[in-house]
Design a protein around this ligand. Structure first.
Ligand code: HEM
Length: 780
């Protein structure tokens, strides 16, 4: 049978004529492929591993119609994200639709209780959704979430106290299921005395929406859900008597007084129930998935025990690799396309975030658990865009505390071998029903040191920063290149492989309290070692002096990255490589690569004297015929206007002191696109509120308007409202915090964008750049 991927040119199915003869036909007229026909998300291979079950789809048929489900299934990262982003074409109204249709008897039961669950947030269309989301956002801001942290810590400790001496436990039953539910009730502001009853009912509600109850079970479930509905109403009434204090529902009641038509009674009642589910099961499953994954990867678990600062990034990587929401749903409001497949109006879509999160088109080594991964927060487990999970930072907070307590108090815990993991069959929520672990209580570290129980560490709230993901390395060689330049060879202390990199990439070297960026200058394909060269900067900030004075063979250091913001475009024919002094480090890696590719290139390398120019011997050996040297003490000066003037079509890559790069920028103003430079320092301006203006940024994807105060960066303002933008140097050097600019005039203050890019103003660095005047609209 030929593969019948419905790749439609201009949305037309190429197999339309054949379709009438096909056994199964999708609503767009395309025949259904055998794999699409047999896809069933209630079967065990999808339950066990949704990403693996859809590998064939990611590779061959990224958008397919599933006749068994009656849904279009979407499996690639870019498509899933694009659907999340466009919530007008792809309405979320079916997000909570019952997967198993309710029997008449169950419906009658619900009616007896006056059950009237309405749309909430997650399944509400615009403009109602955004009005509500904005009105109710405050409880999710980081400052508010901080009030819940001591409660999560206390609960986790208490539950752990109960099992720490047992030696074996089912973590789901004994801890992970209950804590997130209790946290959810606290978050909503439910009075203590009502918690037990609501806890019981909320479980029935979950089965009602997502599960596959039999007809008999449905009536029993409906009874519980009906009672839940009534009880939730009573608790809400009680809260109305005194809506002061923290708690999302209390806040919503207060907001209702100001905005009665936005925060309606029906909405409050529905949200009381839906809120518990949104916060509870998602987090309980995510934690169980995370602990399982980490215990299955013992070396990673041990890294976390040894270095808890890795926990925030590890949590995120677990959400990517084994999240608790595997798929979400949307319905097409008009005839449209996903990728190049025609999707008719009214089509239901199952967008499989678990598959998207394993897409090698977006994530390097997608199936590897790499807790040092620097774009792990791009995962789609929390959705994306205007409906993106409002509670993500509460979930992160809980997961981090769980992991921190377990790694500290039970580092020797292991999975009970050969256990079979089972999952409640459903399309979306995914987590094992049981998670058996064991350990030897005699080895509990707190038996030796009682104070250990109290030694928990807190993490900053919000998305992890790259600072949270540092790799240990050991310096295996220190080579004196010149009197003031040392070259360091770095290896993993346990001999594990290090990541590969591309020319122009750098790492952040962390020694003691200082962090400095250094370009990689060794062999990009060598997985055993990384090489950097460091010049002693006498007038500098002291970092290089400290490294020179203290780093010896066998010194332990930490590093972040590699990352590449100085990428070599390999498509050009000719290259002009210009380096001043220590700026040779990225340039030599580029030269090596260009040589291997057989490209035309020339290296112009300037310095004070031959003796002060690092990597000279290797350059002469490997690139002798392409090398022009300019040692100033020999009277040879780099004539930049002549060299650059004669470049023809060649692309220019330059790295060196600011003087050199400024001169280059002045010479190439008209052809800024062909020039690529790497700066190693920026004037680190601290915001002076007397000189800065406050302004607003409007976020087009999430439909939020965020005020940026005069003493605040755009990045800080975005973080304060829970919007994740990765960042790194926060000095306008590294390009990590770049966002798309849709409208508005930007006052660019970074060193990353070229003159042309600044003029076009289609992107900006949020750590330093601001609005020139008025408002900025950002693609977030
Ligand atoms: C929405 C996942 C925890 C509250 C969502 C969505 C997903 C999701 C996939 C829909 C996103 C979209 O349509 O773009 C998760 C996961 C969690 C988690 C994986 C845990 C690991 C929480 C918690 C809370 C919460 C703890 C509350 C305290 C919400 C709310 C929405 C939502 C209110 C609706 C947002 C809107 O439609 O504007 N969540 N969630 N979630 N989540 Fe979560």
């Amino acid at each position: 049978t030929p593969r019948t991927s419905p790749r439609a040119d201009e949305g037309r199915c190429p197999f339309r004529d054949a379709a009438s003869h096909a056994p199964d036909t999708a609503p767009n007229g395309c025949p259904v492929s055998p794999q699409a026909a047999s896809f069933d998300p209630f079967e065990s291979d999808y339950q066990l591993d949704p990403a693996e079950a859809l590998r064939w789809s990611r590779d061959q048929e990224p958008v397919f119609y599933s006749p068994r489900l009656g849904y279009w299934v979407v499996s690639r990262y870019a498509d899933v994200k694009a659907i999340f982003r466009d919530n007008r074409t792809f309405s979320p109204s079916i997000a909570l639709e019952k997967i198993t249709p309710t029997t008449q008897a169950a419906q009658d039961t619900l009616q007896r209780y006056g059950y009237a669950m309405n749309r909430t947030l997650v399944n509400e269309d615009e403009p109602a959704h955004m009005e509500r989301r904005r009105a109710l956002m405050k409880s999710f801001e980081l400052e508010e979430l901080a009030h819940h942290e001591p409660m999560v810590r206390r609960l986790t400790r208490e539950y752990l106290d109960r099992l720490v001496d047992k030696g074996e436990a089912d973590l789901v039953d004994e801890m992970l299921w209950e804590i997130p539910l209790t946290v959810a009730l606290h978050f909503l502001g439910v009075p203590e005395e009502d918690m037990d009853t609501l806890r019981e009912y909320s479980i029935a509600h979950t089965v009602n929406t997502w599960g596959r109850p039999s007809p008999d079970e449905q009536v029993a479930v409906a009874e519980a859900v009906g009672k839940f509905w009534q009880y939730a109403g009573q608790v809400l009434e009680k809260m109305r008597q005194d809506p002061a204090g923290h708690g999302w529902m209390k806040y919503a009641i207060r907001r209702q007084q100001e905005l009665p038509e936005v925060v309606t009674d029906s909405y409050l009642h529905s949200m009381m129930m839906a809120g518990i589910v949104a916060a509870h099961e998602t987090t309980a499953h995510a934690t169980a998935n995370m602990l399982r994954l980490l215990l299955e990867n013992r070396a990673v678990w041990e890294d976390l025990c040894a270095n808890p600062s890795l926990i925030p990034n590890a949590v995120e990587e677990c959400l990517r690799l084994s999240g608790s929401v595997a798929a979400w749903r949307r319905i097409a409001t008009t005839d449209t396309q996903v990728g190049d497949v025609a999707i008719p109006q009214g089509a239901k879509l199952l967008i499989v975030s678990a598959s998207a999160n394993h897409d090698g088109r977006h994530f390097e080594n997608p199936d590897e658990l790499d807790i040092y991964r620097d774009n792990t927060t791009d995962h789609l487990t929390f959705g994306y865009g205007s409906h993106q999970c409002m509670g993500k930072n509460l979930a992160r907070l809980e997961m981090r505390i769980f992991l921190e307590e377990f790694t500290r108090r039970l580092p020797h815990m292991t999975l009970v071998p050969d256990q079979t993991f089972t999952f409640v069959p459903n399309t979306s929520f995914r987590g094992p029903e049981h998670l058996w672990v064991r350990w030897d209580p005699a080895r509990n570290p707190e038996r030796r040191d009682n104070s250990l129980r109290e030694q928990g560490r807190d993490f900053p709230l919000g998305a992890p920063s790259r600072r949270d993901a540092e790799r240990e390395a050991v310096v295996t060689r220190v080579i004196h290149e010149t009197p003031d330049v040392i070259r360091l060879v770095l290896e993993d202390p346990r001999g594990r492989p290090l990541p590969r990199w591309t020319p122009g990439a750098h790492i952040d070297l962390v020694v003691g309290d200082i962090t400095r960026k250094y370009s990689l200058c060794g062999d990009p394909d060598d997985e055993q070692r990384l090489e950097i060269a460091i010049r002693r900067e006498e007038p500098g900030r002291g970092g290089s002096r400290l490294i020179h004075d203290t780093v010896k063979p066998q010194t332990r250091v930490r590093l972040r990255g590699p990352r590449n913001h100085f990428r070599l475009d390999e498509t050009a024919d000719g290259y002009l490589l210009i380096a001043g002094g220590i700026g040779i480090t990225p340039i030599i890696a580029m030269a090596d690569r260009l040589k291997r590719l057989g490209k035309r290139y020339a290296i112009h390398y300037a310095g004070r004297s031959r003796g002060s120019m690092p990597l000279l011997e290797r350059l002469k050996r490997d690139h002798g015929d392409r090398l022009c040297l300019y040692p100033a003490d020999e009277g040879r000066r780099l004539d930049l206007p002549a060299v650059v003037g004669g470049r023809g079509e060649a692309r220019v890559y330059a790295c060196g002191p600011a003087r050199l790069l400024d001169a280059l920028a002045a010479l190439t103003r008209d052809d800024a696109d062909a020039i690529h430079v790497e700066h190693f320092s920026a004037s680190h301006a601290i915001l002076d509120p007397r000189r800065e203006q406050a302004f607003e940024v409007e976020l087009s994807d999430s439909e939020l308007t965020v005020p940026v105060a005069a003493d605040q960066t755009v990045l800080q303002a975005l973080r304060a409202v829970g919007v994740d933008v990765p960042s790194d140097c926060e000095e306008g050097l590294c390009g990590t915090c770049e966002v798309a600019v849709m409208a508005g005039e930007v006052d660019h203050r970074d060193k990353v964008l070229s003159a042309d890019e600044r003029a076009a103003s289609r992107r900006m660095m949020t750590c330093c750049s601001r609005a020139k005047r008025g408002k900025l609209v950002l693609g977030l």
